[in-house]
Design a protein around this ligand. Sequence first.
Ligand code: ATP
Ligand code: MG
Length: 620
Amino acid sequence: MEEAIVSLVVERISDLLIHEAVFLKDVKDQVESLRAELKRMQCFLKDADHNLEQDARFQNRVSEIRDLAYDAEDVIDSFILKAAYQRGSHGIVKRFTSTFTKPYHLHKIGVQVKAIKTKLQNISKNLPAFEIPGDGEGSSSIFKVQQRLGRAYSHVEEEDVVSLEVSTKDVMTKLMTEEDRSHAVVSIVGMGGLGKTTLARKVYNHVDVRRHFDFLAWFSISQQCKPREVLLSVLKKVLSPSNDEREKIEKMDEIELTRTLFDALKEKRYLVVLDDIWRSEDWDILKPAFPRGRKGSKILFTTRIKNVASRADPWSTPMELPLLTDDERWNLLCKKAFPRSKMGSQCCSEEFVKLGKEMVKKCGGLPLAIVVLGGLLATEQSLAQWERVHKNIHGHLNELSHQDRKYGAVNRILVSSYNALPYPLKPCFLYLSHYPEDWEIPKKELIRLWIAEGFIPENKEFVMEDLGEKFLEELIDRSLVQVSRRDYTGTNVETCRMHDLLRDLCMKKAREEKFVEIIQQPLHELEVTLAESMLRRISIHPTRLQLWSVGLDGLSYSPHGVYGWYGWSVVVGGLSSLPKWACICLLMLHVSLDVGDLEPEGIQSGHGEYFWVEKRDWFS
Ligand SMILES: Nc1ncnc2c1ncn2[C@@H]1O[C@H](COP(=O)(O)OP(=O)(O)OP(=O)(O)O)[C@@H](O)[C@H]1O
Ligand SMILES: [Mg+2]
């Protein structure tokens, strides 16, 4: 994520250098070399982004770079703001005028830029001392962890599997339909922990399926696909080689393996399951090893990314696994929380049932979360213990108390979807955390906000709104965002939402990155100390009980300013206190607003829904 942040700053500075070079005068060289230093950092962070379980020293370095990038962004923004103020501009500030080139200001920005650059150089001097392991190397890498988890979770006792009857039937029908074409791929798609592997395993083990195919093989791919390992594993299974032959096979290179496997499968009606595939390129490499085979041969994919499924076989519609219904959730929790051996009279007691039903709601129909919760409850015997879990249900599902592990079981699975995002999508995803729980997010509003925040790069091919739409589609495709409502055509998204547990993860990540801070309680009950330096956005969420009053002067906020300020169902009084803040780019209020107090020029009253505030210097 840090790479995404630094990259946004680099873009902003590049823009400044291109459009405003004339006015930067003597400091242009300094700004240029700051940009070069940040670009260097960007490369370093790209590597860091792939290696998520680094030691604390390494993490500190990465955070320092992010904070300096934020610093640079503030310096540049202050420069733009002052320029705009002197010019008396009330429009969105895009260009400077020559009124703003006073030596004093130029000197100031020069000094600040130099200070940031020196700090960056000091960090960069120390970087070679840190060894950055390559992708997937080392036992603690996220890929290995995920692979281990993938394996651990794929051994579900079949008797514990709930529902899936309809889905099982669907997948089996698709698998056993005898299409006469090569590379017929059936896919199961959905977010992490939804039960794709469980369903695939159930189908794979089904007696009718085993009877239908001459040869079956299963391979768990995960985020880091090693094609050679896949080919070797399937080939060993199909040839059942003697020891000598095995040695020979193991010496083969990828091309030989591909050819041999192709020949071995040619006359068979085969089913090969590629569980948890993440990239189309991986399938492109493996594909030549799989012949048309006997009529009816199939490949079964499980994947979180719909596009990977549709690309593999445009003639086959991927099967989207639904979340569990209320009854199924409860049924699964009972199986896990009250295992038969321990089942005593307590499980029937009303209090347990009531608590259990409330807790299972928090899992939002995600089997993984229910299983984790059930496993926890199974070890807690007393009502008091259940109540303790109930009180901190999200904590139990998502966080671990051990300091060496940042994420609990559920988040550990879900976080891999976030980590695999291309970096321009990371800020877009984190940005969703500022919406309250269960909020139906209007697509148009979201995309406009992304654009205003600078997350959507300018592109010759697409207008920004279209590119924003593509970004959203990609997040939906990767099962990180759910479609809530489509328009009358049934194809275009109108609103979207986030699964609760993904939202938890999103908020956690956003806080870690100082990207958004969420305030969830009325300010008068809360000591709000937003002293956290570099905090970029504040979002104030509604409480269930009431609308509440926010006096913005209640926020003690020190550094340069916040970028965005979002409030939901808030009654805002005293917006005149805004001048306490250095700068604010975006003010979005879903409010019952006491508009009478809205004085600061630059705020455009939008009749109630939300307000956009131009970037301006509230100090001046
Ligand atoms: N229908 C179900 N009945 C009982 N348990 C289930 C069901 N579906 C999933 N589970 C449980 O949830 C856990 C996660 O399921 P699974 O590994 O199949 O998810 P997945 O969709 O393959 O996730 P990922 O995207 O991480 O691979 C499993 O270990 C299993 O215990
Ligand atoms: Mg899986």
